[in-house]
Design a protein around this ligand. Structure first.
Ligand SMILES: *Cc1c(COP(=O)(O)O)cnc(C)c1O
Length: 360
């Protein structure tokens, strides 16, 4: 469990009471203050709070006018919400295999661009970063829109620039387990484009700018005051929380030594926020069992790649369509890593991993 709450318990409780007693619960000063603070923290001009990460994603493509007949390039090994953000609008996801850092393999992008390609959705998976200079080069060359899924990368950076600020729209989730997690659902977008920010404000609120005057068919997708207030507290500590994760990751990277286990490294010139610490193992089932016997829980992010999920059968892919994506799905394993994890707890995980043997 993330111990972030207990670390700053008093601040969270004070803020919760303040919002409860204010009598104002939707779209008020906490949301607008959070939007300003988060935009500034990311190095972006505008932020618009929304209901969750998926809404941020589908509304991003809606605002950009991407829909039926359009193709969006997205990495194959992502959380399914990234893909739903595309398909909810009727657009078609074109999957790209990941590179050795488990991010979109930018060397494979150009060959997939067609006259129907309208955008690239980069997912900064596990808190790492895609090779953004390549992505930007292609977006400029082919006039493509760029959306970033930053649900796992609050504060990660490529060449010193924070994720979410490279393209048209950066989409964030504040689901409790994310690096910047709320105490319920929440999300936001950041953008440097004033019109895009304005469009989002209309879209998230029934398509209305002025109450009861509806310009378009919109959504009800607002970040609420309580979550925004609590997120402001968390944001004020996010640098130290991310730094703590980096230290935990460094320790794992230095001390996990087992020829059956492959570690995920940080790409040079990037600053990872280690949303997950992901290892790879060909004998994953045996490793999970070995860890379970030592009371160490693990999670697979993600066991079924979107192109093989039941929801996307209609796209017509089968096993073998994306071999690297599928291999990762079969081999990846996220080991325990959370703010507040003690040295002793980490030691136990390291010992367990180092004592794992594959019996053939
Ligand atoms: C969590 C997550 C989402 C969805 O966010 P929600 O707030 O749960 O809707 C989207 N993309 C990625 C990569 C995620 O990890």
């Amino acid at each position: 469990m993330d111990r972030g709450f207990f670390q700053y318990q008093k601040e969270f409780e004070d803020k919760a009471l303040e919002v409860l007693r204010s009598g104002w619960y939707v779209l008020g000063k906490e949301v607008s203050s959070f939007e300003q603070e988060f935009a500034a923290w990311c190095g972006s001009k505008y932020c618009v709070g929304v209901g969750n990460g998926l809404d941020a994603l589908w509304m991003a493509f809606r605002v950009l006018g991407i829909g039926p007949g359009d193709e969006v390039l997205v990495q194959g090994n992502t959380y399914i919400a990234s893909v739903m953000g595309i398909t909810i609008n009727g657009a078609t996801p074109i999957f790209v295999e990941p590179d050795e850092y488990y991010q979109l393999d930018t060397a494979k992008l150009e060959a997939l661009i067609t006259p129907r390609t309208k955008a690239i959705l980069v997912v900064h998976l596990y808190g790492h970063n895609a090779k953004m200079d390549d992505v930007i080069h292609l977006c400029r060359k082919y006039y493509l829109r760029l959306v970033e899924d930053c649900a796992q990368s609050h504060g990660s950076a490529f060449n010193g620039q924070k994720s979410g600020t490279f393209g048209d729209i950066g989409c964030f989730s504040f689901y409790p387990s994310k690096n910047l997690g709320a105490f319920g659902d929440g999300g936001a977008i950041i953008t440097n484009n004033e019109q895009i920010a304005a469009d989002f404000r209309v879209l998230r609120n029934y398509g209305s700018e002025k109450r009861y005057y509806n310009k378009i068919v919109g959504a009800n997708s607002r970040l609420d005051e309580l979550q925004a207030g609590l997120l402001r507290v968390k944001l004020s500590h996010l640098d130290e929380l991310n730094e703590e994760r980096r230290q935990l990751a460094d320790r794992y990277s230095a001390q996990i030594q087992n020829k059956n286990i492959l570690l995920l490294r940080e790409r040079p010139d990037t600053h990872s926020v280690w949303h997950q610490y992901v290892i790879r193992c060909r004998s994953r089932e045996a490793l999970i069992q070995h860890l379970e016997e030592r009371q160490i829980g693990t999670i697979i992010h993600y066991p079924i790649p979107p192109h093989l999920s039941e929801a996307y059968q209609y796209l017509g892919y089968g096993p073998g369509s994306f071999p690297i994506t599928e291999r990762y799905a079969n081999e990846v394993l996220s080991i325990p890593m959370y703010n507040g994890m003690s040295e002793e707890e980490q030691e136990r995980v390291i010992d367990a991993l180092n004592s794992f043997e594959v019996i053939l």
